[in-house]
Design a protein around this ligand. Structure first.
Ligand SMILES: [Zn+2]
Length: 104
């Protein structure tokens, strides 16, 4: 598949030091309505479910990449380019969000 998203990010994406997922919250917050740190993300590769903040964040490349803490597979990435914002969730099988306080 050819897409603009595959161009700026290296295959698999992610360079630089690994941070916890909370470091990437700001990058995802503008795309996913609300606070992404309340999400539980299931890895499509190994099936592990983990809190957004437990994912490994790589923020040194052209995009922000989140990797599974169990198998290091890419679960999500976001890249902001002059032509738009690209969100790739293909490495995750589900995202579940806890109800907001007071709505449960
Ligand atoms: Zn995994």
């Amino acid at each position: 598949m050819t897409s603009d998203f595959s161009t700026p990010a290296a295959p698999g994406g992610g360079t630089g030091p690994v941070l916890d997922g909370n470091a990437a919250a700001g990058e995802f917050a503008g795309i996913i309505a609300g606070d992404p740190t309340i999400a539980t993300v299931r890895c499509a590769g190994c099936g592990a479910a983990q809190a957004f903040g437990q994912l490994h964040a790589y923020m040194g490349g052209p995009g922000t990449v989140l990797r599974c803490r169990e198998c290091e597979a890419m679960v999500a990435r976001v890249a902001r380019t002059p032509r738009g914002t690209w969100l790739d969730l293909s490495g995750s099988s589900s995202w579940s969000f806890s109800p907001a306080p007071g709505l449960a």
